[in-house]
Design a protein around this ligand. Structure first.
Ligand SMILES: [Zn+2]
Length: 322
């Protein structure tokens, strides 16, 4: 009897999930990409977990790949639930690209479910935080360090540090070359050009950050996506609004954050488009600081990796320079 009940509950849940999401678009067009032309049949079919990672694949693959993202733009990957259509998309992929770690764990589960034979590229696999970077949310707020093992507890947002973005591009390139060796030279040439662009961006970004007075280089973000970005650009990560994805802070935690923003003289706090900005606006109001936007896991439709990074640096400078 009990087992039947469980089965029925599970079935109803599945039907509800399917219905509730049926109208939602599940496959995003390539970010900043071109429309598919007559040569589509010969293109390598690549599926990435997030639009921002798909934009990196597009930069390397160009016209040789047909790339899409499982997660729609503007969603939060940490709490994303793949739909039946996502699973079907993944089943057809020749190459699959995802970040790994605690960002998009649903990709690994779905790949197993469809018994995918695709070439899989896990962009953050084996990456370690740079020395001295505090990556745990709890440490940012000064509470004891949580239990830490190799797979869990490592902050997955490596791509927001351009040095790690170069590693992502190298890994995408190696994967595409392996899947489509006939076009190896083209992939490598595209990658070299894109890495040059990342380096040029980074030089510009450092010049921009240098215009912020040192005592104002203090960052408070919505979720803990920016420890590597902050470390790379010499910003002090003073706090985050949401300690872990999907968990609202307690009133006491909010009060502590407001107190820290005031005590440290943090000039502004940053929201992200995939989250409701209300809480951050309340905190900013209480602390008497500005609210601006940063992009991490989600960027506006059509915005590729480098455009997103330029916008982030522009907004940080606007918010902190004074
Ligand atoms: Zn995130």
């Amino acid at each position: 009897m009990r087992r039947w009940l469980v089965t029925i509950v599970v079935l109803v849940g599945l039907v509800m999930t399917a219905c509730g999401r049926a109208s939602q678009p599940t496959v995003q067009p390539p970010v900043g990409g071109e429309t598919v032309t007559g040569v589509a049949a010969s293109r390598l079919v690549v599926v990435a977990s997030l639009p921002i990672l798909a934009s990196m694949v597009k930069a390397v693959g160009g016209e040789l790949v047909e790339v899409s993202a499982v997660m729609p733009g503007g969603a939060d990957p940490h709490t994303y639930q793949p739909t039946p259509r996502d699973v079907a998309t993944l089943a057809e992929a020749q190459v699959v690209v995802y970040n790994g770690g605690e960002l998009d764990p649903w990709m690994e589960r779905q790949l197993e479910a469809v018994r995918s034979k695709a070439k899989v590229i896990v962009l953050s696999e084996g990456l370690k935080p740079p020395e001295g970077v505090a990556v745990e949310e709890e440490r940012v707020l000064g509470t004891p360090e949580p239990e830490h093992d190799e797979e869990h507890g490592i902050n997955p947002h490596f791509w927001l540090d351009p040095d790690f973005a170069v590693i992502y591009i190298d890994r995408i390139t190696a994967g595409l070359v392996e899947a489509d060796p006939a076009h190896a030279e083209l992939y490598r040439a595209n990658a070299a050009r894109y890495i040059d662009e990342i380096r040029n961006f980074d030089t510009w970004a450092k010049e921009q950050i240098a215009t912020i007075p040192p005592e104002r280089r203090k960052l408070v973000t919505f979720h803990n996506a920016f420890p590597y970005f902050a470390a790379h650009y010499g910003l002090e990560l003073v706090g985050v609004v949401v300690l872990s994805p999907g968990r609202e802070p307690s009133p006491q935690e909010v009060a502590q954050l407001v107190a820290r923003i005031r005590a440290e003289g943090v000039p502004a706090i940053f929201v992200e488009p995939q989250f409701n900005p209300k809480l951050a606006q309340t905190i900013a109001q209480e602390a008497g600081v500005r609210v601006l936007e940063l992009y991490s896991d989600a960027a506006p439709a059509g915005m590729d990796y480098l455009a997103m990074m330029r916008q982030n640096v522009t907004n940080v400078v606007e918010g902190l320079r004074g």
